[in-house]
Design a protein around this ligand. Structure first.
Ligand code: AMP
Length: 286
């Protein structure tokens, strides 16, 4: 596995692969890698000739009071995992290489970025899109892989790719969970023992809500009420930022169920912010 820190060199390497007809699969990450990340890498390996993984904790997607400084950084372990799964190139740019002096261009998305997480993390999705756009220009992938875990992120990235006519296939992979249902996340490392025990409340709530929807004879209002009740019944939950039923395309709250429903939650468990979601298909009844 090659470890490259200089954007120009990654771009040159990719250019050579593409000119020889090889497909390049790309998995952008912020490191502190876990099985969720590795599932994306394995899929990229299965579908492409060459796989590039970036590890970059992107400062522009963190708010001033967020955890940029404390975000877990486990580079040695990350590199060992990437080597083990057979990645071709690990791209680890320093912040100065991505945001050199004088940097001032940003990608900004419209209404989608203000919904759900965007309402609580102002500017977050502009930071995400700007760095993903930069990474796409550097890596020039054939396909890029993202996790459903960050559902809104996949929606804004697909929007950018379509709006800006980018020639990249976006592939969204299922959320990988711990045995008790907790979605794997680098931020789970922040959880204390009691918080970790309480954390599956997100998955339990999503599962219960999905059952209600699949069972029919319910309304969005009733489902949202049950979701809030379940989350509030966990004493370690300090704030429910949102919990509800949404249109997976527009991210608008649903007033009546259609074929596909996005269930999504963001909350604080102690001081740790956790998100999770589930997409539910309603089978039409005759
Ligand atoms: P991050 O390092 O948190 O920025 O995540 C990098 C990529 O891995 C994103 O596309 C995430 O959606 C994806 N990812 C993170 N956690 C999981 C998970 N538990 N299952 C599947 N994909 C994940």
């Amino acid at each position: 596995m090659e470890i490259i820190r200089i954007p120009r060199i990654v771009r040159e390497t990719s250019r050579i692969h593409r000119s020889r007809g090889r497909s390049v699969g790309f998995v952008p990450t912020m490191g502190a890698l876990h099985e969720g990340h590795l599932s994306l890498v394995r899929r990229a390996k299965a579908e492409n000739d060459v796989v590039v993984v970036s590890v970059f904790v992107n400062p522009s997607q963190f708010g001033p009071n967020e955890d940029f400084e404390h975000y877990p950084r486990t580079v040695e372990n990350d590199l060992a995992l990437l080597e083990h799964v057979g990645v071709d190139t690990a791209f680890l740019p320093p912040v100065e290489a991505m945001y050199p002096e004088g940097f001032q261009t940003v990608i900004s998305v419209g209404a989608l970025a203000g919904r759900l997480c965007g309402a609580f993390r102002v500017g977050h999705f502009n930071g995400v899109l700007t760095v993903v756009n930069k990474l796409f220009n550097i890596v020039q992938p054939t396909r890029a892989y993202f996790g459903q875990k960050d559902f809104q992120q996949t929606v804004v990235i697909r929007r950018m790719v379509e709006d800006l006519n980018m020639d990249i296939e976006i592939i969204v992979c299922p959320t990988v969970r711990e045995e008790d249902g907790l979605a794997m996340s680098s931020r789970n490392a922040y959880l204390g023992e009691d918080e970790r025990r309480a954390a599956p409340v997100l998955y339990r709530t999503l599962t219960r809500a999905a059952e209600m929807i699949r069972g029919g004879d319910t309304t969005p209002e009733a489902v949202v009420r049950v979701m809030h009740e379940m989350l509030r019944s966990e004493p370690l939950v300090t704030e429910v930022q949102y919990a509800g039923v949404y249109d997976p395309g527009t991210l608008d709250s649903l007033v009546e169920f259609r074929r596909t429903t996005l269930l999504a939650i963001a909350l604080l468990l102690g001081k740790t912010r956790l998100i999770d979601n589930m997409v539910v298909e309603r089978v039409a009844k005759n």
